[in-house]
Design a protein around this ligand. Sequence first.
Ligand SMILES: [Fe+2]
Ligand SMILES: [Fe+2]
Length: 146
Amino acid sequence: MTQSFVAPVDPATIPELPIGRMNATHHEEVALVNRIAACLGEAGAPCAELDALLSEWVAHTEAHFERENRWMRTYRFPAYPVHAGEHARVLERLRSLCAQWRETGDPTALARFVHEDWPQWFEQHLATMDAVTAQFLARVAGPDLE
Ligand SMILES: [Fe+2]
Ligand SMILES: [Fe+2]
């Protein structure tokens, strides 16, 4: 079967938020998820690098979320519990899907997450919680947080 692969997230659609480090992280993450999606393909066996790519994704997501959580705590962002709670929920889902793939060898649920749930969540999260958080942080701390 020949098919043109469609990446789940077009990097051109990532919103430009007023904190540069957030934007860089979001672009890195989309590039990584698109590589994972290509590895998973649309049917059949994933590529040999899947486990390494998944480990990279979990580590990147942990760092991504912890950085935002740290900024929110440092600058006392009022909605910290809601935003951090959402990070925890998604990280747990990602970890459990990776574990399920490693235990069963069946990538179906993981592939659905990569192609459907995660792109929807990511777009929604950046447009709402990350956008509001970035506006707050830029106002109280400036755009160059690290
Ligand atoms: Fe983010
Ligand atoms: Fe976030």
